[in-house]
Design a binder for this molecule. Structure first.
Ligand code: NIG
Ligand code: FE
Length: 412
């Protein structure tokens, strides 16, 4: 089965070599081909180039993309889309003056989501999560990571991870699973945090590893949640079971989570609304991807990750949605790239790189998705007619996507 796109106004994020990440000044480099063709064979990118060299063989399907652009589908490296119900009540409480932290200390927040999730059947949880997954694919996500962490008991954490596994089996987009072993401390462990960490690392983790339920391990390293010491304990246990860290750090306070992540060779350190000079220095000597989550900053009204500081010091940066019921109830990556430009002063080129190739790297998927490269998956966005790709990040409320393709097939 082959599919040819011809007369593409601009083919965005083409990469002939083996770019796996863009950092510093390179983030402004977004290679494109104007007046291009793109050939897909059996779900993968087979060839591309300028229209002068467009193949003339008869194709199974040809799409005339005059006036339209094509780019790789978004790579969303940080989500919590498996959750039960929502937290719209807390949203209204925040409008009325309560802070996110106050709601959490009053028993709301993550514990509220955990209670709902524990009471929800695996089947119901799958049905709710599948709807969100289908929604984000419709919005242009072509690969994503999903975390557990709203279970907080052995049964409920495994329930979440089995739902992620089932999504992975039933959908063709690449999905990576993360065991978020330490997200919040349940009330029954309030006076014995080490017993909770023991449960997660000595009872749940071995099952997660044995049943191959996760690729990565995560901790919410934050004052009032889990300390650097707790984080290291969990990452150490994860390492013994072959799970690479991808961790929540520096959301409200910078307490050394970045360094803990780097020490355990984290693939990414995510949030970074606060970042100190020593965090930037530590990242420079690592292969760890910093990940910004502007949807969370927007929704909670907290600072945005200082992208300029990070990029201008030569580091890479990825953008992800953080789709979750408490701090970012949206997985729309079109909004994420727009917010990165509008609020974090990233250029459209930087934002598109951060949400494609760098997002792919932050999931270990840089050889499968994230750029228009021969043999990568044809997970693509065909835009509506647009003047330039700047419009994608400028007109933030408009749906610019005409059609999403997953493995070269139309996603309806
Ligand atoms: O990434 N910060 C920790 N975890 C999630 C939000 C959790 C919640 O409020 O439900 C996050 O923002
Ligand atoms: Fe998160």
């Amino acid at each position: 089965m082959n599919l040819l796109f011809k007369n593409i106004k601009e083919l965005i994020q083409v990469d002939e070599g083996s770019i796996s990440v863009r950092a510093g000044k390179e983030l402004k480099n977004l290679p494109t081909i104007k007046n291009a063709y793109l050939l897909i064979e059996d779900g993968n990118i087979a060839d591309y180039g300028t229209m002068e060299n467009c193949p003339i063989d008869v194709m199974d399907e040809t799409v005339d993309a005059t006036g339209k652009m094509i780019l790789p589908a978004w790579c969303d490296s940080h989500t919590h889309i498996v959750f039960a119900g929502n937290r719209e009540g807390e949203f209204v409480d925040r409008i009325n003056g309560m802070s996110y932290e106050e709601i959490a200390s009053a028993g709301g927040g993550i514990l509220n989501s955990a209670k709902k999730l524990q009471e929800t059947s695996e089947e119901d949880l799958y049905q709710q999560s599948k709807q969100r997954l289908e929604e984000v694919i419709r919005q242009g996500t072509g690969a994503l990571e999903i975390k557990s962490g709203y279970g907080l008991t052995l049964e409920a954490e495994l329930k979440m991870l089995r739902v992620i596994k089932r999504l992975n089996e039933n959908y063709t987009i690449p999905i990576k699973a993360t065991f978020l072993a330490a997200h919040a401390l349940p009330d029954e462990y309030k006076s014995d945090k080490s017993a909770f960490l023991k449960l997660m690392t000595e009872e749940v983790l071995p099952i997660v590893a044995k049943e191959h339920l996760a690729n990565y391990i995560d901790v919410f390293c934050e004052i009032g949640y889990f300390s650097v010491e707790d984080t290291e304990l969990v990452l150490e246990a994860g390492e013994k079971h072959g799970l690479i860290p991808k961790i929540h750090v520096n959301q409200f306070n910078a307490i050394g989570g970045v360094q803990a992540g780097i020490k355990y060779k984290a693939l990414s350190v995510d949030h970074l609304e606060l970042i100190r000079a020593e965090d930037i220095e530590a990242l420079k000597d690592s292969f760890t991807m910093p990940v910004a989550l502007p949807g969370c900053s927007y929704f909670l009204g907290i600072p945005y990750t200082p992208a300029r500081k990070i990029i201008d010091s030569g580091l890479p940066l990825a953008l992800a949605s953080d789709y979750n019921p408490g701090s970012a109830p949206s997985g729309n990556m079109n909004f994420v790239v727009a917010a990165a430009c509008i609020k974090m002063k990233m250029s459209p080129e930087e934002a598109i790189n951060a949400a494609t190739i760098n997002g792919a790297y932050a999931m270990g998927l840089e050889n499968e998705v994230g750029s228009i490269s021969v043999e990568k998956k044809a997970n693509l966005l065909l835009t509506k007619p647009i003047n330039s790709y700047n419009v994608l990040t400028y007109a933030f409320g408009t749906n610019h996507i005409e059609q999403v393709y997953i493995n070269g097939e139309k996603w309806s």
